[in-house]
Design a protein around this ligand. Structure first.
Ligand code: FAD
Length: 431
């Protein structure tokens, strides 16, 4: 009986959950190779989920179990499209699963969106999480007294919460000392989280929202009118109930103010005399049933830092069609032998857990539709990488990075990540 050979591109939740299912259902009859462009696995669990939410980051343990099965091999630091083409991968394996996520920020697309001081949430959260491709954002924070976070989902909450937290509140995190001192050194007085739609349409989950009410040095302000909307109008009853609960609490005087504002659609980021962003003009909107309509009124809010948390797009590999911000697919299938899962499949929404059932369904489909065809698989790809001089990192290399990061953690921190690829590779080699 010949082995089924499957390549998975991306070791975030979706890719790991495909490996988990294939390994379990086709145990002993499948060879699974997982490629990631980074030397480290786990996608956004490592490089997106907030560093002060280590319980959520613990999802990596389940993902690691799948990756440690004997039928799975990790090829970290191998980018498909750079080190190997997708065509070469498809020729070598019976099936290829794209689990590449949605790493591009959806731009604000308004005048002034490219001003210094305006940043996308992907760029911001990559910096906070020591992603090796991230640019240093410390300069954006050095003068920031007023921050506007645009978006009404949990990523907006993550950004605002990390801007507001004190040093004591980020103990037990894996924030690096440089990032922590930039965040805590910012002279912030006001942070506003601003949503385009009405409060009834907020996307926050209750736990994340309630956490904003318990910050040591930030007092939360909510317009009472936003907490008095028709409860029937909301598509997120638990999130809206949390907003109402928070709005009913007394407002304490604290070092900074964190406000939640709704019905404001950004129209322009406006520069100050120094050329950096100084304010954002919004158009007030109102809700008409499920629709959000613009009014004649505009509002200008001062801001020296703007973080746009309004969504992401996938990157489209050569030869694959895009469909909005995701890859065109039919129930996870792009073409015979080519599948897609996770955020690349359905667009940038859904928690880590949502990817699991969906990745399992696509893995089941792949097993039903794909015969083993004596393809060259792992051996050919490993040889090709070696010939090209690519420095791939296997699972034991990642385990050495993991151990080195844990060993060099400052007191009170769970790890100190390497933010530099070269350092990661040196640690993987045991240097
Ligand atoms: C800022 C942020 C915070 C979040 N916080 C939470 C949270 O607290 N709780 C929660 O449940 N969910 C959270 N999520 C959502 C969760 O992270 C996603 O549901 C999940 O990560 C999507 O998984 P994925 O595998 O599709 O993509 P990703 O996690 O993005 O993984 C994609 C992987 O593919 C790799 N890759 C991309 N292109 C290539 C290529 N060409 N070659 C090789 N490798 C490639 C990437 O390096 C990456 O490792 C958050 C998301 C964001 C953006």
């Amino acid at each position: 009986m010949s082995m089924l050979k499957v390549a998975i591109v991306g070791s975030g939740p979706a890719g790991c959950y495909v490996a988990e299912r294939l390994g379990r259902k086709a145990k002993g009859a499948v060879e699974i190779d997982v490629f990631d462009r980074l030397p480290t696995p786990f996608g956004l669990v490592r490089a997106g989920v907030a560093p002060d939410h280590q319980t959520t980051k613990a999802a990596a343990r389940v993902m690691a179990k799948a990756m440690e099965k004997p039928e799975v091999r990790f090829f970290g630091n191998v980018e498909i499209g750079r080190d190997l083409t997708l065509d070469a991968l498809r020729a070598a394996y019976d099936a290829v699963v794209l689990a590449v996520g949605a790493p591009e920020d959806r731009g604000l697309d308004i005048p002034g969106a490219d001003l210094p001081g305006v940043v996308g949430s992907g760029a911001f959260t990559r910096w906070i999480n020591d992603h090796p491709d991230a640019a240093d954002r410390g300069g954006d924070l050095a003068q920031a007294r007023r921050a506007i976070v645009i978006g009404a989902g949990n990523v907006a909450i993550d950004a605002a919460r990390l801007l507001a937290k004190t040093a004591a509140e980020v103990e037990d995190s894996d924030l690096s000392p440089d990032v922590a001192s930039a965040l805590q050194g910012a002279p912030l007085e006001e942070i506003a989280i601003v949503g385009r739609r009405g409060a009834a349409h907020l996307k926050f989950t209750p736990t994340e929202l309630l956490e904003l009410g318990d910050l040591a040095e930030a007092s939360l302000r909510i317009d009472p009118a936003d907490a008095e909307q028709d409860p029937e109008a909301t598509d997120n009853p638990q999130g809206y109930a949390a907003l109402k609960e928070l709005a009913g609490r007394p407002v304490e005087a604290k070092r900074l103010t964190l406000s939640l504002r709704f019905n404001l659609q950004p129209e322009e980021c406006i520069a100050g005399a120094d050329g950096r962003v100084a304010s954002v003009r919004f158009r007030r909107t109102r809700s008409e049933g499920d629709r959000t309509v613009a009014t004649n009124e505009t509002v200008e809010l001062p801001a020296d830092l703007v973080i746009a948390c309004i969504g992401y797009r996938t990157r489209t590999p050569d030869g694959v069609a895009a469909d909005g911000g995701r890859l065109a697919n039919e129930e996870g299938r792009i073409a015979p032998g080519l599948y897609v899962v996770g955020w690349a499949k359905r667009g940038p929404s859904g928690t880590i857990g949502v990817n699991r059932a969906e990745a399992h369904a696509v893995a089941d489909r792949l097993l039903d539709e794909t015969p083993a065809d004596d393809r060259p698989g792992r051996a050919a790809v490993a040889e090709r990488l070696e010939t090209a001089g690519a420095e791939s990192v296997d699972w034991s290399g990642w385990s050495r990075i993991d151990a080195a990061e844990t060993a060099r953690a400052e007191p009170g921190r769970v790890r100190r990540k390497f933010a530099d690829r070269g350092e990661m590779i040196a640690a993987a080699r045991g240097a």
